[in-house]
Design a binder for this molecule. Structure first.
Ligand SMILES: *[C@@H]1O[C@H](CO)[C@@H](O)[C@H](O)[C@H]1NC(C)=O
Ligand SMILES: *[C@@H]1O[C@H](CO)[C@@H](O)[C@H](O)[C@H]1NC(C)=O
Ligand SMILES: *[C@@H]1O[C@H](CO)[C@@H](O)[C@H](O)[C@H]1NC(C)=O
Ligand SMILES: *[C@@H]1O[C@H](CO)[C@@H](O)[C@H](O)[C@H]1NC(C)=O
Length: 362
């Protein structure tokens, strides 16, 4: 059975795996420090996955094209019905009005009773528009109702079981649906954080293979964003923008350079730690400010380009200025499961600052 939806729950060290295919399977795992998973709980559920949404849509068409019209059409043109369903599968990922193309053959079959637009006249949330059935966003949502209700109920049951759940991670094909994502996020916002990785379907395929063969190797994932920290560099006319130039007693510098820590789509290991050594800008400064940014872009030069978001900052104290500009501040980035931790350490004094940054998109 192909899994359409997997919800991982993270609660400090444990995780719950929640699978919706034809059926819903719920599995609770403990995540061990080195990334291995230990199963704690398993439950099998109902058939309220994405296929149920498709089924609702088909029932709806049967209701509209009543008196056997739909059945006749389906019997005579099964491949056309399949195409309509495939279109619907794509459209249902979005939370907006959709348009499903009707073939001439459906028009012909309908004509035996009345013109196709007459079938749609009395139905709320639906209209006929030059060969297409327009379905309103509200109507589309109504096809999800049973699924959302069933999934929510299953999740509530798990939440009531005294796990300290910190995150829900939505992956799998059905997780691509905005309606589902919005619903789960709104429903559980007070209980935990709902995260959805970049390509939910791929994650499950990859995850399933890796879980099955080498569970301890579910060890790396792709970063959804490019992360960086703002720094200044010695000004170089041939590469830097003139308006970023500034001068202090140490010389001429270029401000607001985006120093990349992780690139979007880059593989990041479970426990991986990266280190960078930075120096203070001025020989007598006693505080060093670090500001962190994220962006979808692969290549970034300055922190104030479009599409870059500031995600946090801290100040590292460096009170002993004996070594002046040669002082080393170590910036250590450690990747956890859904977060990364940045730590700045003044090497001379050992003074530190730490910040936790989300490492998965919501
Ligand atoms: C992860 O980090 C912990 C502690 O820092 C270490 O003991 C463990 O071996 C690391 N695991 C991997 C897979 O690197
Ligand atoms: C300025 O940048 C250019 C191009 O990268 C490089 O060739 C040159 O050596 C740099 N100049 C200085 C003073 O670093
Ligand atoms: C650090 O710099 C950023 C960006 O310039 C600024 O927004 C932030 O307030 C600074 N933090 C401190 C504590 O000075
Ligand atoms: C500052 O650092 C220097 C060199 O490491 C050391 O000799 C000195 O004792 C330090 N000063 C203080 C106040 O800790």
């Amino acid at each position: 059975m192909c899994s359409e939806l997997v919800l991982y729950y993270y609660f400090y060290i444990s995780l719950l795996l929640f699978v919706v295919g034809g059926t819903i399977d719920i599995t609770v795992h403990e995540i061990l420090e080195e990334g291995a998973l230990k199963e704690l709980h398993k439950a099998s559920g109902n058939n309220l996955g994405g296929q149920n949404v498709d089924r609702k849509f088909k029932e709806f068409l049967r209701e509209i094209f009543c008196d056997g019209i739909w059945d006749e059409y389906e019997q005579n043109y099964p491949s056309e019905v399949q195409r309509m369903m495939n279109d619907f599968t794509v459209f249902k990922k979005r939370d907006k009005d959709i348009e499903v193309t009707c073939s001439l053959n459906l028009g012909k079959v309908a004509q035996k009773k009345q013109d196709i637009e007459h079938f749609l006249e009395k139905v709320q949330g639906v209209s006929y528009d030059e060969g297409s059935i327009r379905i309103s966003k509200q109507k589309l949502r109504s096809f999800f109702e049973d699924s959302l209700w069933g999934i929510t109920k299953s999740l509530r049951q798990i939440l009531s079981k005294d796990f300290k759940i910190k995150y829900i991670l939505l992956v799998g094909g059905f997780a691509e649906s905005e309606i589902l994502r919005i619903h789960i996020t709104e429903e559980f916002i007070d209980n935990c954080k709902v995260l959805c990785p970049f390509r939910p379907q791929e994650v499950i395929l990859k995850g399933a293979v890796e879980f099955g063969t080498q569970p301890h190797l579910v060890a790396s994932r792709k970063s959804a964003f490019t992360y960086g920290v703002g720094v200044a560099e010695r000004f170089n006319e041939s590469i830097h923008k003139a308006e970023k130039k500034f001068t202090n007693k140490e010389g001429t510098f270029c401000d607001d350079i985006f120093m990349t820590l992780v690139k979007a789509d880059e593989d990041v290991g479970w426990n991986e730690t990266r280190r960078h050594i930075l120096n203070p800008l001025e020989s007598d400064q006693t505080r060093v400010n670090f500001t962190f940014y994220q962006t979808k872009k692969q290549k970034v030069t300055y922190v104030d380009e479009g599409g870059i978001e500031k995600i946090g900052s801290f100040v590292v104290q460096s009170p002993n200025i004996t070594h002046g500009k040669k002082r080393e501040i170590e910036l250590q980035i450690k990747f956890g499961f859904t977060e990364m931790t940045a730590t700045g350490t003044d090497k001379d004094t050992g003074l530190k600052q730490t910040i936790e940054l989300d490492f998965m998109r919501i």
